[in-house]
Design a protein around this ligand. Structure first.
Ligand code: SAH
Length: 398
């Protein structure tokens, strides 16, 4: 069970190994369980003071009794009033978005470590906030109360909903909990990004949402859009809907029928005609490339193939197959927009795979843009895990 003590109750101490200390000195904010030397009687989810083996204080952290990431730092100083710190961090996260987010009422408001609120994700979809709690510390009642009241006071949302990933709760040894309303009554709305409208339904029927991290890449891809376009792994139509106004024909491909049903409702909302194909993208691209189908623009935005380092080789083969086939299917002057959201695939790995794909497809790929995640998903340079999305836009010639 997670402690029910006050968030200001920070009297617990955790001692870490020299390897843990050097990790923190390098600017990282995690310490793994294998680097915990002493954590006597520390309740799950508490705020702890972190020290080295000489009892020198390194700062304050949130403790998890079950995760491999035992410690997530929250401050270099001892924290006297955790609730006040949470409120301040929420305010700072909101203020940051005001400077970097444009042309949308849907964006990530709080991105865990990158907003110094480890274990918390909050997305805004117009007047509904969607909250995800990923650690024991962020699940404590008093923490939830501080967060939701600060969000409510500052943003006055119609509702706050919580999206629960049962697997995360199991790993954190937290009691089961259902997704649902935390505040307010409203569970569906519409949101707009770059002038394109989307349905949002937080709870009922087919849950919707968006890959907000791609928002700036949608706008970028739009600038190259022309002719016949295919959006592969289209989900609810993010790229396809953006490309439609500038293309003569748009096809969206996904293996999920529910996702395509929402994509079609989104197309109607924006008065576009888009062909949706329910298929396995690997099979479809194989068929289309061997029957010499040609397009002027192809978007590849597959799910994360490398969930862990172990999957890396198989993941790279998957990316290569998709990119090779897409490159073969592009007309001269055609545009490839290709993405990877696997953290374990570095930008260098991804570009190397693309180079090999272009070579094997006997195509010249000229890079126009090498992009990443939207600015509302900030990257902490010393916390490599905060950077995960790659999006490359290139033009193809023979
Ligand atoms: N481009 C989308 C996000 C894609 S998420 C956007 O911008 O909103 C990845 C998508 O890949 C999911 O919708 C999932 O249903 C789909 N998918 C996963 N495996 C697939 C496969 N083998 N073939 C086709 N689609 C697949």
């Amino acid at each position: 069970m997670v402690q029910k003590s006050k968030p200001s109750d920070f009297g617990f101490k955790v001692t870490i190994s020299p390897r843990g200390v050097s990790r923190l000195k390098d600017g990282h904010v995690w310490v793994y369980r294998s680097d915990i030397v002493l954590a006597r009687d520390v309740p799950p989810g508490s705020v702890v003071t972190v020290t080295d083996h000489r009892s020198q204080i390194l700062g304050s952290a949130l403790y998890s009794s079950s995760s491999q990431i035992a410690i997530r730092m929250i401050s270099h100083e001892p924290v006297a009033d955790f609730a006040a710190l949470l409120r301040q961090r929420v305010a700072e996260a909101i203020a940051y978005r005001e400077t970097v987010v444009h042309d949308t009422d849907a964006y990530r408001l709080i991105f865990s470590e990158a907003d110094f609120l480890p274990g918390l994700i909050v997305d805004r979809y117009n007047d509904i906030l969607s909250l995800q709690v990923l650690t024991q510390a962020m699940d404590a009642e008093l923490v939830r109360e501080a967060l939701t009241s600060e969000l409510t006071e500052r943003l006055r949302p119609a509702a706050i909903v919580e999206r629960v990933d049962p697997r995360v709760r199991q790993l954190e040894e937290l009691p089961l909990r259902n997704s649902g309303l935390v505040r307010g009554e409203k569970t569906s709305t519409a949101f707009t990004m770059n002038g394109v409208q989307f349905h949002f339904d937080a709870l009922e029927g087919q849950k919707t949402g968006a890959f907000l991290d791609q928002r700036e890449n949608y706008a970028a891809a739009t600038r190259y859009a022309h002719g016949e376009a295919m959006d592969v792994f289209c989900y609810q139509g993010g790229f396809a809907l953006h490309l439609a106004p500038r293309c003569s024909r748009v096809v969206g491909v996904d293996s999920s029928r529910p996702a395509l049903e929402v994509a079609d409702r989104n197309a109607t909302l924006n008065h576009h005609e888009i062909e949706w194909i329910e298929a396995n993208a690997f099979d479809l691209l194989k068929d289309y490339s061997s029957s010499a189908q040609q397009y002027d623009m192809i978007v590849l935005d597959p799910p994360a193939f490398a969930k862990s380092k172990r999957d890396l080789d198989a993941a790279m083969r998957g990316y290569k197959e998709l990119n090779l086939r897409a490159l073969k299917m592009l007309r001269p002057g055609g545009v490839l927009v290709t993405c990877s959201c696997s953290y374990h695939v570095s930008q260098a790995d991804f570009l190397e795979m693309l180079a090999a794909s272009a070579r094997d497809a006997h195509r010249i790929l000229r890079l126009a843009e090498v992009r990443g995640q939207a600015k509302d998903h900030p990257i902490l340079l010393n916390v490599a895990e905060t950077a995960y999305l790659k999006c490359v836009i290139g033009t193809v010639s023979n």
